[in-house]
Design a protein around this ligand. Sequence first.
Ligand code: G3P
Length: 219
Amino acid sequence: MKFFVDTADIADIKEMADTGLLDGVTTNPSLIAKSGRDFMEVTKEICDLVDGPVSAEVVALDHETMMKEAETLRKIADNVCIKVPLTIDGLKTCKKLTSDGTKVNVTLCFSANQALLAAKAGATFVSPFVGRHDDNGLDGMELIADIRRIYDNYDFGTEILVASIRNPVHVLKSALIGADVATMPPAVIKGLFKHILTDKGIEGFVADWEKTGQTIPTS
Ligand code: G3P
């Protein structure tokens, strides 16, 4: 499963990229606003930091303007992936862009039928929002399982990019279901490394090693 980080914060992206485990970045208008940065400038900086796809979202709601915005965003870098909302205009734009070879991430997906439409529109990625699904008393992971089953039934090439991830359990269940990508805040990625027994184990090893009075030569 590919790991994307869901942020426009350059310092966080650098820290995640340094682990060697980062496969891409997703942003959206809210994350850009939170960064306080110029959209075009910060997107270029992010594209220079990672080799994988960097999702940059159009803000127009009509197809014609979405296409114009996408044309501008595509020029930022070769690894820009255009993000469009799951609407009729968004999927018209998706169909046109992917037919020209541009990667498209269809976002704000909240039903398996919407995901089916995104695949039919040739989406590179579809982004079902599991956290917001859960927030409304629905089962976000059931949505991912339904989409996985539908995509496998018809051998669709669209990748399931699980978004709105709030905790490591979302990541675990996404992997068990067979989602292709998980995009998550930096804190959730860091949480994946943590386990109390790992910390306790390291403490024990360090304490016992110190008793030997030895060191491992490093030069
Ligand atoms: O990529 C979508 C993500 O940023 C939304 O997350 O926690 O606002 O639902 P959240």
